[in-house]
Write a protein that binds this ligand. Structure first.
Ligand code: UFG
Length: 381
């Protein structure tokens, strides 16, 4: 018996376009959409992702992956993709996300994040699809006056990356005012971490990671000798920075809930996605040591410029509007991140997954895509 009643008639499942669908959040959301009975279509230019993820997604879902390789900046092409697949809703992940890099290369960030969104909106205008979930970030708040941070807190973006997300949100607001038929869900993520429990997909930074969790994972697996903990004298219980780490599978389910709400007629919304709980750097390191059984070597270093002491979400509005809340705690985030990292020490470049859990995901036959649609099966870098 198929996992979903309509699994054999692929065209009857509502299609959701995932720009940046081969990336970290995109790939996990792909799986969650499949589980919820949607048929995702990936658009990705693979500038910061590995085509090997497509094979992993097929392995994980037992379904062919529909992927249209290309850039969201190609408006006419993108409009054709939307029409050809009769897309019902779009989730826009495609974008750049490194704060420091955005300071070095601001125009690249505005081109990719702002012009990319503009191109997508124009492409959608050429179709009947008016439902969009936009991948934003808690970084738009800048330095919040207090925590928890709710959606009414003033926005004060501090980097070109943060500003590019804020400009994107303003573009959506303006469009919603001029054309009320649009329904847009803006999701402001706090600190996404972890991986799918299968160990088949996870975060795979191409360059030196910027974020704490991938660095901790790489120390644990032996790719790096030690970690620097930025600051030990913050006004927090143990002196290290406190953040709202949220499991990527919870975030993925938040996106599914957002799409379902928009398709059910919910008016546009802007929501925080986090757990509502803060954890310090040292708490995360200790949790990762428990999860991995490895010692994480670290030394204290000076505070990183721009870091705040404490940052976590007020998540009540997401619960009210979407009926969504994160369910996975820090231990599970670390367990799943470690499972992915241990099975794929070099990320997708590790080759065949070495995950111990793989046997529990029986490989199912891969179906051919409907005629005229392009699927990219089993590409490997
Ligand atoms: N940290 C270290 N050592 C490191 C890296 C990070 O001690 O090598 C600390 C930071 O000082 C901070 C915590 O770990 O206290 C988390 O840092 P991350 O870089 O993982 O995450 P940030 O909270 O700085 O930023 C993240 C994303 C941003 C996003 C923001 C929103 O990187 O894109 O969350 O909350 F905007």
């Amino acid at each position: 018996m198929p996992a979903h009643p309509a699994a054999n008639s692929e065209t009857s499942l509502p299609r959701v376009l995932l720009t940046g669908g081969a990336g970290y959040l995109g790939s996990h959301t792909y799986v969650a959409l499949r589980e919820a009975g949607f048929e995702p279509v990936i658009v990705d230019n693979f500038s910061n992702s590995d085509p090997a993820v497509l094979q992993r997604l097929e392995q994980l879902t037992g379904q062919p992956v529909l992927c249209e390789p290309g850039d969201v900046g190609q408006t006419a092409w993108l409009s054709g993709v939307l029409q050809r697949h009769r897309v019902r809703a779009v989730i826009h992940f495609a974008g750049l996300k490194a704060v420091g890099e955005s300071v070095q290369q601001p125009l690249r960030y505005y081109r990719t994040n702002v012009a990319g969104l503009l191109s997508l909106l124009e492409a959608m205008q050429g179709t009947t699809c008016r439902q969009l979930v936009f991948s934003s970030s808690a970084t738009v708040y800048g330095e919040p006056a207090s925590a928890p941070v709710n959606e009414d807190a003033p926005c004060a973006p501090q980097s070109p990356y943060a500003h590019s997300k804020w400009v994107g949100e303003q573009m959506l607001n303006a469009l919603g005012v001029s054309e009320p038929s649009w329904q847009m869900g803006v999701l402001r993520y706090f600190n996404p971490v972890g991986a799918h429990p299968s160990g088949l997909i996870g975060e795979d930074p191409c360059d030196l990671p910027n974020n704490l969790m991938p660095l901790v994972s790489q120390v644990a697996v032996g790719r790096r000798s030690r970690l620097q903990v930025f600051g030990k004298d913050y006004a927090t219980p143990d002196g290290t920075g406190v953040r709202d780490y949220v499991h990527v599978c919870d975030l993925a389910q938040g996106h599914v809930a957002a799409v379902q709400a928009l398709l059910a007629g919910t008016p546009s919304f802007t929501l925080n996605l986090g757990t509502g709980r803060g954890s310090s750097v040292l708490e995360l390191i200790r949790a990762f040591e428990r999860a991995s059984g490895r010692r994480i070597e670290f030394s204290f270093a000076a505070r990183r410029p721009g870091d705040v002491a404490t940052y976590f979400a007020d998540v009540s509005r997401a619960r009210e509007v979407l009926g969504w809340q994160a369910t996975r705690g820090l231990d599970q985030m670390c367990r799943d991140a470690w499972h992915w990292q241990a099975g794929n020490p070099l990320g997708y470049r590790s080759g065949a997954p070495a995950s111990a859990e793989l046997g529990t995901h029986a490989r199912q036959p891969v179906h051919r895509p409907p005629a005229g649609l392009q699927a990219l099966p089993a590409m490997r870098a």
